[in-house]
Design a protein around this ligand. Structure first.
Ligand code: AMP
Length: 187
């Protein structure tokens, strides 16, 4: 089963994705984590990605499409996975559709994390104090929210047409939201 987590930065995708992945025994593929690890390691990928990440911009598709393809082709992701942080652009969505389609697979569920902007900003600021991520600065937070609206929010319409999308409410405790997700996907 392939499940896509869609939502703005700070909407809780990472937290809920971790719970869901453990509960369902599925791998979680998180492009943000992979890119941050590449930056830490100082690899070619990390060097290319860092500037965009620090500014809160998307790493270009020319870099990310290859990364996504590699992840989807890994043996552990052949039967199912949770996608966290991608697709974020139309080209990425097309690659995911095409790769799964060629294997006779499709997304089973798209979970849309619906959180008001003031709450997103509050959460990202709280996280900045804890994790010291280089892209949780006020300017980068603003850019990331704008980029979400411009490049990623249009994917909502793309997936809504397929009847596999569920809206996950942002309000509530972590446990409440996890329970709601369980109800929405029926397992
Ligand atoms: P995240 O942890 O998902 O908020 O990602 C942190 C940053 O990594 C983003 O602001 C982007 O710069 C980059 N990033 C993560 N995933 C993607 C993606 N699918 N496409 C482009 N850039 C990405």
């Amino acid at each position: 089963m392939f499940i896509l987590l869609l939502g703005a930065p700070g909407s809780g995708k990472g937290t809920q994705g971790k719970i869901l992945a453990e509960r369902m025994g599925l791998p979680k593929i998180t492009t943000g984590d992979i890119l941050r690890a590449a930056v830490q390691a100082g690899s070619d990928l990390g060097r290319e990605a860092k500037k965009f990440m620090d500014e809160g911009k998307l790493v270009p598709d020319s870099v990310v499409l290859g990364l996504i393809k590699t992840e989807l082709d890994k043996p552990e992701a052949k039967e199912g996975a949770i996608f966290d942080g991608f697709p974020r652009t139309a080209a990425q969505a097309q690659l995911v559709d095409q790769t799964l389609g060629e294997r006779g697979q499709r997304l089973s569920h798209v979970l849309l994390f619906d959180v008001p902007e003031e709450e997103l900003i509050r959460r990202m600021r709280a996280r900045a104090a804890q994790e010291r991520r280089s892209d949780d600065t006020p300017e980068a937070i603003k850019t990331r929210l704008q980029v979400y609206q411009r490049d990623t929010a249009p994917l909502v319409a793309h997936y809504a047409q397929r009847g596999v999308m569920h809206r996950v409410p942002g309000a509530g405790t972590i446990e409440d939201i996890a329970t709601e997700i369980k109800r929405l996907i029926g397992r």
